[in-house]
Ligand binder design. Structure first.
Ligand code: DC
Length: 221
């Protein structure tokens, strides 16, 4: 039987760390849908969101995502190749957010995500996993935290990857993405009605993970 666990929330809330660890504990694959939006944004380049939609469609149709492995060894492949580390900058995150407002881009990625979810059990991380992509998921979580906490977390995360970025700039970019992701017309960032809400501002990763695991154990995987 396939089980889907969804983890949604804004930038910097700790979704990636939590989703990887949760998938590892549960022994199922981890799907980072933000990485899919980022890869499309990186492949299409700066300003792609201003191009006519009928130009984007054939380019989208040339892309194919696959997911291999389990837990922390899960790996997304784009046309058979690992994703570029350059998709991780805050700038590409902002491009991804701009592209995420375009319905054909969302439709294309939703179909890819759902196809992956038909093949294997998943912890799926993103903005609209519980609300739109996997509405029948067995366990849905929505994570949130204050913007200050999230900007600092993102700063440390990028630093750990060897990318020094300015804290104030990160905060400003996260704020733009928050507004854009929450207010877009299609699949805006918002909790599914049946999602469990978790405020991570005052909790460390281990504590949040404990809460998620407790909930899953209560209801069975
Ligand atoms: O989770 P992330 O920071 O890697 O995501 C980058 C951007 O991609 C995010 O600001 C909005 C978009 N995105 C989306 O619209 N829907 C998703 N399911 C995942 C990401």
């Amino acid at each position: 039987m396939i089980t889907i666990v969804t983890l949604d929330g804004p930038a910097g809330v700790g979704k990636t760390t939590l989703a990887t660890r949760l998938a590892d504990l549960l022994g199922i694959a981890y799907l980072d849908t933000g990485a899919m939006f980022r890869s499309v944004a990186f492949a299409f380049g700066d300003g792609a969101w201003e191009r006519p939609v009928d130009q984007l469609v054939p380019e989208l149709n040339r892309l194919d995502f696959d997911l291999e492995g389990v837990g922390k060894n899960s790996e997304l492949l784009l046309n058979g190749y690992p994703l570029s580390p350059q998709i991780r900058t805050e700038e590409v995150g902002l491009w991804a957010s701009h592209l995420g407002r375009i319905p054909v881009v969302r439709d294309f990625l939703r179909r890819n995500q759902q196809a992956i979810g038909r093949m294997t059990s998943l912890v799926a991380e993103g903005r609209d996993m519980g609300s739109v992509v996997f509405p029948d998921a067995k366990h849905k979580f929505f994570l949130d935290a204050s913007i200050d906490v999230r900007a600092k977390r993102r700063f440390s995360q990028l630093k750990a990857m060897g990318m020094e970025e300015d804290l104030e700039r990160i905060r400003a970019q996260i704020r733009i993405r928050d507004d854009q992701d929450r207010n877009r017309v299609v699949a805006p960032l918002k909790p599914a009605p049946d999602a469990v809400m978790v405020d991570t501002s005052a909790l460390d990763v281990d504590r949040v993970l404990e809460k998620l695991v407790e909930h899953i154990k209560e209801r069975g995987l």
